[in-house]
Design a protein around this ligand. Structure first.
Ligand SMILES: *[C@@H]1O[C@H](CO)[C@@H](O)[C@H](O)[C@H]1NC(C)=O
Ligand SMILES: [Cu+2]
Length: 279
């Protein structure tokens, strides 16, 4: 009985909150728009008029790419901002969990918990899928990728953490979890496509799949290391013998703090930087 009451109360509370955008079973690819238009669509869908006078930054967060991570993985956003998740290489999600239930969808118990659905990015794509999440309050939001072991491997992000320790604790909890649960319904933001040129990332280089049994393709040639500049013309400028691969940098005079004896500060400071030998 008590749990029935709780369920009813939750249902009432949930119905008072902004409702998820209904999704088709197989939605057509959204039109390609600018990042600003994508954020504006999300604001129009989720923010009552009262929000429009508030902050309206777009905060890009790159999802996946060369590594299965969120970059950045800590976001500070004001009410009225839109966090724009931009999906790079792979097939990732942004899915909300409870703080103490890493890698499990909060949506299972709270219908308004965020989930983007799986948004892929494949080599050669010229558009980027985005999930535009308006920030409706500044409570911490714990989010992860629900694909495969990505969450266990550290693909987690917190929006408005209470302190800098939370991301460390949340990532540790994620790594210790057995496996991830997936979200079911797209909730808490709008999906849109933006042109790759306007995205906040450069896609990972295409992976040429080697034919079965073939040796792995040669790694792309490393850019040539810049030649070490000639040693300074006046060796007296430095009493330290510079190694052959050193660059000598002469810095401008350092401003003397008021309480320091200015005579003790040399006119110039010579720093020797040793450049690692080219691989
Ligand atoms: C992305 O992952 C989802 C869930 O596993 C899957 O249904 C979908 O086909 C995948 N898309 C691509 C392009 O791999
Ligand atoms: Cu992922």
């Amino acid at each position: 009985m008590q749990s029935l009451m709780k369920t009813l109360l939750l249902a009432v509370a949930v119905s008072a909150l902004p409702q998820p955008i209904p999704q088709d079973a197989s939605p057509a690819a959204p039109a390609v728009v600018t990042p600003e238009e994508a954020a504006a669509q999300a604001r129009a869908a989720f923010m009552p008029d009262g929000f429009t006078a508030q902050a309206n930054q777009i905060i890009p967060v790159v999802v996946g790419g060369a590594q299965d991570l969120f970059v950045p993985n800590v976001v500070t956003a004001a009410v009225g901002d839109v966090v724009q998740f931009q999906f790079s290489n792979g097939n990732h999600t942004v899915t909300q969990s409870a703080q103490d239930a890493a890698c499990q969808p909060l949506q299972a118990s709270v219908a308004t918990a965020v989930h983007s659905g799986h948004i892929p990015f494949q080599d050669g794509q010229t558009t980027v899928g985005t999930f535009n999440m308006p920030v409706l309050n500044t409570d911490p939001m714990f989010l992860y990728c629900a694909t495969g072991p990505h969450c266990q491997n550290g693909q987690v992000v917190i929006v408005n953490p209470a302190n800098s320790q939370q991301i460390v604790d949340y990532a540790k909890l994620s790594a210790a979890s057995a496996q991830s649960g997936d979200g079911t319904t797209v909730v808490g933001g709008t999906v849109a496509q933006i042109p790759l040129q306007l995205a906040a990332f450069v896609p990972a280089a295409p992976q040429a799949g080697p034919p079965p049994g073939a040796a792995a393709p040669a790694a792309p040639a490393a850019p040539a290391a810049p030649a070490a500049p000639a040693a300074p013309a006046d060796p007296a400028a430095s009493s330290v013998a510079a190694p052959a691969n050193a660059i000598t940098i002469t810095l401008p005079p350092v401003a003397a703090p008021a309480a320091t004896d200015a005579a003790a500060i040399p006119g110039t400071t010579t720093v020797i930087v040793t450049v690692p030998a080219a691989r």
